[in-house]
Design a binder for this molecule. Structure first.
Ligand code: MG
Length: 217
């Protein structure tokens, strides 16, 4: 982590991600919506605090923002039902699934495209209790992404192909989800390039946000 910045959460054992979970984003990438969740992982070493710079690696010419709604669980999930998964969610946070799009196209696996250091900015997690106090539910969450103050993405949890509890239940049938693990739920349409000097902000309005400058390696 860059000096002077502190992660707003404890480093999780893993960051579980899902591809193509909004119809609009699948379409803009030229893909159809999958029949079941398309999972991948980002390494915890990619986590980046608010304010710290996203570093564009030399080996990519097309790094893009993906603003997403992410959640954390408070207890271990293994073969969990959707109800069990919903009950285990303790926090919601804004997450930027920064992606080297050219490398995502060239590599059959996404580890490199999604895994560079600084490619996972995260906002401060907000507890589900305080969401409820605000009269919000998981299904009512929205996510926006702006670059240099200009709105680029706007998605709603209610528009996801697979709901948040379904994603957690599905993932828990593959791997144990540990307390503190982050599950991020896919990006709406409007993904686009980042260049040095940009400032990118992902926001779950009224809940959590993360803003980062962008710099060249
Ligand atoms: Mg994504």
């Amino acid at each position: 982590v860059s000096p002077g910045f502190e992660l707003p959460l404890e480093r999780p054992s893993k960051i579980i991600c899902v591809g193509r979970n909004y119809v609009g984003h699948a379409r803009e990438m030229g893909n159809s919506v999958p029949n079941e969740p398309l999972l991948f992982l980002k390494p915890p070493s990619a986590l980046l605090p608010p304010g710290a710079p996203i570093v564009l690696p030399r080996v990519s010419n097309q790094v893009e923002h993906e603003g997403e709604i992410a959640v954390q669980v408070g207890r271990r999930l293994r073969l969990a039902s959707e109800d069990e998964a919903r009950e285990a969610i303790t926090h919601v946070l804004a997450l930027n699934d920064v992606t080297a799009r050219d490398l995502q196209r060239s590599d059959p696996q996404w580890t490199r495209a999604k895994g560079f250091d600084t490619f996972c900015p995260v906002g401060r997690p907000v507890s589900v209790e305080s969401l409820n106090e605000l009269g919000m539910r998981l299904e009512s969450l929205e996510v926006t992404t702006s670059v240099n103050g200009e709105l680029r993405q706007h998605g709603r949890a209610s528009d996801m192909v697979f709901s948040i509890p379904f994603l957690l239940s599905y993932a828990s049938g593959i791997m144990t989800i540990e307390p503190g693990d982050i599950v991020t739920t896919g990006s709406p349409d409007g993904v686009g390039p980042l260049k040095p000097g940009d400032v990118v902000r992902v926001q779950i309005p009224g809940v959590s946000s993360v803003e980062n400058p962008v710099e060249a390696e």
